[in-house]
Write a protein that binds this ligand. Structure first.
Ligand code: C5P
Length: 417
């Protein structure tokens, strides 16, 4: 879990929709991560989740009623105090009614008043949740646009089963996803990050991940065991540091990390096309994909029949996506590759770094336990352009991703504007 949450003060506005039932779990995630949470709910919310549940989990009384809070002179400026106190304001679920209030400057309950009292530079995250038809209503969309213009980050609801029995857009994301968005928002606004990590804020990072599939006929393909885990961990870590991330990936069951734009591809040629359209705006290109070196010269339109005891397939070399980026990269762009070697690892990796015009290459050991394809952990050696190689101990791919980004930040800083 992220250290970013440690000691952070979060105002959680819960408005009256069925998805409010997910909020006790979100409060637990925040508290477990070391944050302080002040829950504010609207009057209707009590019908969906009890204030007592949220109070026990957040270890603070839940605020609902403006007059209740203002009943004692010591509480007269409670809304102003909370507005100053908060590091972040998060509304989940945001009903159509609450969206309208926030978009139009209403202040008729504690939630809307505190929103008005919030310090201007603090992140505001809004998670609308309602039935699909309501969400697409022109007035709701107008209010969302207004909130975005006012500086809120509005996270659209997800597609899935709705409480109405219908299936469509409108579901509140799961607490873990909301938590990840909160981490990202804080990462983009906080100075808790170290200098290296702050370099990622607002940068555009493109990551390739997973295995490509090279079609032989309608039912067969050439591929490899790459799971995509390393690339997905890199995309997630970059997004958490406030980067805008595009993840170009081969087929994998892995879930898209929050806020990451995912492009699904099958073959190396498709991956190249998707990557090329990102080349110009990429500040950093990280090639974690295991691209098939060759593809069949011809793709058969019908299933190949077995006949002779031997069969040979003519293959042709695939384009090298990372080398294509390296060949055209501008001075401000950073190129990072991976190398999986069975022998002469460092030497071969260095050669690839130079040949593909990279700034850094990450060598995965192929013959050590816990490293390489389709495992949760990795043993990496980071080699930079100056020839310096640093080997790290066995670690989870998530931590390997953070280590790689921390090292790579040096190249961003060297060219930072
Ligand atoms: O396959 P090779 O060892 O050359 O891979 C080194 C790096 O180049 C990896 O980062 C890989 O993602 C990238 N690569 C690529 N396109 C290819 C082959 C490799 O982007 N066709």
């Amino acid at each position: 879990m992220s250290d970013i949450m440690l000691g952070k003060k979060i105002l959680l506005g819960v408005s009256g929709g069925i998805a409010a039932y997910k909020m006790p779990l979100l409060v637990r995630l925040f508290v477990k991560a070391g944050a302080e949470v002040q829950v504010i709910m609207t009057a209707r919310t009590k019908q969906f989740v009890t204030p007592d549940t949220l109070a026990v989990l957040s270890k603070r009384p839940v605020l609902t009623d403006v007059f209740g809070a203002f009943a004692q002179p010591s509480h007269w400026a409670e809304h102003i105090r909370l507005g100053e106190w908060a590091d972040m304001f998060l509304v989940a679920p945001a009903t159509a009614n609450t969206l309208a209030k926030l978009a139009h400057g209403f202040g008729d309950d504690m939630l809307s008043i505190v929103y008005l009292a919030l310090r201007p530079n603090k992140p505001r995250l809004v998670f609308p949740a309602m039935d699909g038809e309501m969400f697409t209503a022109a007035s709701v969309q107008r209010n969302i646009e207004q909130l975005v213009q006012d500086g809120c980050t509005v996270i659209p609801p997800e597609h899935g089963d709705l409480a109405s029995g219908l299936v469509g857009v409108g579901r509140l994301p799961e607490p873990e996803t909301i938590f990840a968005h909160a981490v990202k928002a804080l990462a983009g606004s906080t100075d808790a990050l170290d200098e290296d990590e702050q370099k990622y804020r607002g940068k555009h990072i493109v990551v390739t991940a997973g295995a490509t599939r090279e079609k032989i006929d309608p039912v067969r393909f050439i591929s490899n065991y790459s799971s995509g885990k390393m690339g997905f961990a890199l995309a997630e870590a970059a997004a958490q540091l406030g980067a805008t991330v595009t993840l170009i990936t081969g087929k994998t069951p892995l879930a898209t990390p929050p806020t990451v734009a995912r492009i699904n591809i099958e073959s190396a040629e498709e991956m190249l096309r998707a990557a090329e359209s990102e080349f110009a705006r990429a500040d950093m290109f990280i090639a974690a994909a295991a691209v098939a070196d060759y593809r069949p010269v011809e793709v058969q339109s019908e299933k190949l029949k077995k006949s002779d005891s031997e069969f040979s397939l003519r293959l042709i070399k695939n384009p090298d996506i990372l080398a294509a980026f390296g060949a055209q990269k501008k001075p401000h762009q950073v190129a990072i590759g991976f190398a999986l070697e069975t022998h002469n690892g460092i030497e071969n990796a260095k050669e690839k770094l130079l040949k593909k015009n990279l700034d850094m290459i990450v060598l995965n050991s192929a013959n050590e336990a816990g490293a390489g394809f389709d495992v949760e952990t990795n043993i990496i050696t980071i080699i930079t352009r100056d020839g310096f190689a640093e080997k790290f101990p066995l670690m989870h791919k998530r931590n390997a991703a953070k280590t790689i980004l921390k090292k790579a930040a040096a190249f961003l800083s060297a060219i930072a504007s």
